[in-house]
Design a protein around this ligand. Structure first.
Ligand code: SAM
Ligand code: SF4
Length: 342
């Protein structure tokens, strides 16, 4: 794709390959009550609570980003429902709909959802992604170190309050690839949208190998024994959609075997205030000092002054690399999925 001129004045967030950013993922905490083998290190070192960006600073950041064309905000973590005040934050985000925010979503492990589903709905959350990697209670415990039952209760609670959701299932070879057909049967029977995700090299202890990946082709091979499968035209979404028996669709996110980077419209912020222009970026941009300057200025003279923030953010986004396959062989880095939020 042709490279465009970088412009810090332009009211959009665009990278050097012409990809415009519309989606922002915000990790509100790195803490989690689960220990998914594909994500959390064995001995996590949590960020200090006082180092987390305040919700006040986050709201100001979101305001700026929506002014620059961000339409969807996804709250993630760690486990976002472990951060006190997150429901209130979602309520505060509603004020940004007037300036262009279209969707507010959350990704959760579902453990606390039975408690929060109704509050989230009332706060104005549009939808959820709920992670569920196995329907077998023993296997679930092995994978996450927690019980399956609260997650199933959380799913029921989301259904009860009519909070739309998708199920995300990360597959790992010989760990839960026997769940492909049971998960599809379960989701199809209840007409719940389901997406399988290829295991990515973003686990905390860096045990990932390509041998552990269950590829899109392998998933389809298992499903072909049970269903007639038709591939659908890929929308502007990372998941390729497949129709089963002409009635029900599943998605597969195959970053490893069919990267979706060519269309990537996402950027991510960690709970400490590091912006990442790509899941696999070697380095983030620490925007905390620039955000704090905006907060201070607003307190002193009642106005938002985004110039300094903008001068750093736009070039950083502009220099986003082409994608996973361009940067996959870089040296290992310290940040993993529980900090980046998926
Ligand atoms: N705790 C929440 C949850 O599990 O849904 C939100 C944070 S979690 C990091 C976000 C998403 O990233 C989850 O759907 C999880 O399954 C996925 N994920 C984590 N590590 C991954 C990996 N190494 N490869 C692929 N997906 C991963
Ligand atoms: Fe926690 Fe989500 Fe990571 Fe599992 S995937 S350890 S639930 S942050």
């Amino acid at each position: 794709m042709m490279k465009h001129d970088i412009s810090t004045n332009s009211p959009i967030l665009q990278d050097q390959y012409g990809r415009i950013k519309r989606k922002l993922r915000i990790s509100v905490t790195d803490r989690c009550n689960f220990k998914c083998t594909y994500c959390m290190p064995e001995h996590p070192e949590w960020m200090k609570k006082q180092d987390l960006l305040s919700f006040e600073a986050l709201l100001i950041f979101c305001r700026y980003m929506v002014q620059q064309g961000i339409e969807n905000i996804r709250i993630t973590g760690g486990e976002p429902l472990m951060r006190q005040g997150v429901v209130h934050f979602i309520r505060d985000l509603q004020s940004l709909r007037a300036i262009g925010l279209k969707r507010i979503s959350m990704t959760t492990n579902g453990h606390y959802l039975a408690k929060y589903a109704e509050q989230l709905k009332h706060a104005g959350l549009d939808d959820l992604n709920i992670s569920l990697d196995s329907l077998d209670a023993d296997q679930f415990k092995k994978l996450t170190k927690k019980d399956l039952a609260p997650v199933l209760k959380g799913i029921e609670a989301a259904q009860k309050v009519s909070l739309p959701f998708k199920i995300n299932c990360v597959l790992m070879k010989d760990q839960n690839d026997d769940q492909i057909v049971p998960m599809v049967k379960w989701a199809k029977q209840q007409q719940i949208p389901l997406r399988f995700i290829e295991f990515m090299p973003l686990d905390g202890d860096q045990h990932w190998t390509d041998q552990a990946v269950v590829s899109e082709a392998e998933i389809l091979a298992q499903l072909k024994a049970h269903y007639q499968i038709q591939v659908l035209q890929q929308q502007h979404e990372p998941a390729r959609q497949y129709q089963l028996d002409g009635q029900y669709c599943i998605g597969i996110i195959s970053t490893i075997t069919h990267s979706f980077c060519g269309d990537c419209d996402r950027i991510r912020l960690t709970a400490q205030g590091e912006l990442y222009n790509c899941l696999f970026a070697q380095q983030g941009l620490n925007i905390k000092p620039y955000l704090h300057a905006v907060v201070k200025q607003k307190a002193e003279c009642g106005q938002f002054e985004f110039q300094q923030l903008e001068q750093h953010i736009k070039p950083y986004i502009w220099h986003k690399a082409k994608g996973y396959h361009a940067i996959q062989h870089q040296q290992a880095r310290k940040i993993s999925m529980h900090m980046l939020g998926g």
